[in-house]
Write a protein that binds this ligand. Structure first.
Ligand code: NAI
Length: 287
């Protein structure tokens, strides 16, 4: 079954890898010609550490890459059974993508959004085939993280939900169904984690010191390394979106330190500069 991906940034490329590794032909597009052109080389680079360790052969890598076809436009994605959108976290952009897509797909095809914080119901509003749409939220980096949150809206067709679950579970992921509430489960629970770290930063602690403490306390990544991995822009968009959906409750306070980071372009890994990136604190060695 053909899987299609819209948006070849951090998430879209990782999700393309997940399905290509599972043996599916993957069609993918991006509005940026540079992102389209660089996608095969970026995907190949993801495999370099495994090849260097002897955990994967060049032949296996080539077989996975051969399943990925980069296309120029959204109508080229028409043969797909499942289309996953991973474009910028903006309601108007996501709605425009799905409205260009919906009439081109087979009647039983499924459209999924990888949104972290927008309402799936709001994305579906205005579509002529809202019953085919659901949330399918992968985590970063998609090939590594086991969890995928599956979020139907009130009008999602049961067969669309079943198809998305079956295809995603077959890649080895753990799929957990969530209500279409802002932030689903994980991003909701993660807000205070980031928020308290940003509050401590404003009180004079450094990101490196806070991350080092959290690592030594057993967390696998500190809050600032995680913001750098996710992207400060994506983190800000998710926090603002939750704050607005939750009536600006103080739990979702948007800290100036995060806004300033985005204004400076210090977005983390993708900008090669972040709160702690490239000098990420490392976990202390296990005894
Ligand atoms: P990104 O900024 O790395 O990539 C977004 C890509 O979408 C870019 O390559 C851009 O050129 C492309 N794009 C923008 N508008 C487009 C359009 N109209 N048509 C086609 N392509 C378009 O963003 P990232 O981090 O991959 O996030 C994508 C989505 O995934 C967002 O909704 C985000 O909230 C969500 N997400 C992000 C996570 C993260 O850790 N970064 C984790 C889970 C979900």
């Amino acid at each position: 079954m053909t899987i299609a991906i819209i948006g070849l940034g951090a998430m879209g490329l990782g999700i393309a890898q997940v399905f290509a590794q599972a043996g599916h032909p993957v069609l993918a597009t991006d509005s940026s010609a540079d992102m389209r052109a660089s996608a095969p080389a970026r995907l190949a680079a993801n495999f370099a550490p495994r090849i260097a360790k002897g955990a994967m052969t060049e032949g296996e890598k080539d077989a996975i890459l051969s399943r990925l076809t980069i296309t120029g436009t959204i109508p080229d994605l028409a043969p797909a059974t499942l289309v996953i959108e991973a474009v910028v976290e903006r309601l108007d952009v996501k709605q425009s993508v799905f409205s260009q897509l919906e009439q081109r797909l087979a009647p039983d095809a499924v459209m999924a959004t990888n949104t972290s914080s927008l309402s799936v119901t709001a994305i579906a509003a205005g579509l002529s085939r809202p019953d085919r749409l659901l949330g399918l939220h992968f985590f970063n980096p998609a090939p590594v993280m086991r969890l995928v949150e599956l979020a139907p809206h009130g009008g999602t067709a049961p067969d669309a939900l079943a198809t998305a679950r079956r295809l995603t579970e077959a890649t080895g992921k753990t799929v957990i169904q969530c209500a279409d509430r802002p932030g689903f489960i994980v991003n909701r629970c993660a807000r205070p984690f980031y928020g308290e770290a940003l509050a401590l930063l404003e009180e004079g602690r450094t990101p490196a010191e806070i991350d080092a403490a959290m690592l030594a306390a057993g967390y696998r990544l500190g809050p600032f390394a995680l913001i750098d991995l996710v992207g400060a822009d994506i983190n800000l968009a998710a926090t603002e979106s939750l704050a607005s959906a939750m009536g600006n409750h103080p739990r979702y306070h948007v800290f100036d330190a995060l806004r300033a980071q985005v204004a400076k372009g210090h977005l983390g890994r993708k900008a090669m500069k972040g709160f702690v990136f490239p000098a990420e604190p490392v976990a202390p060695p296990a005894d």
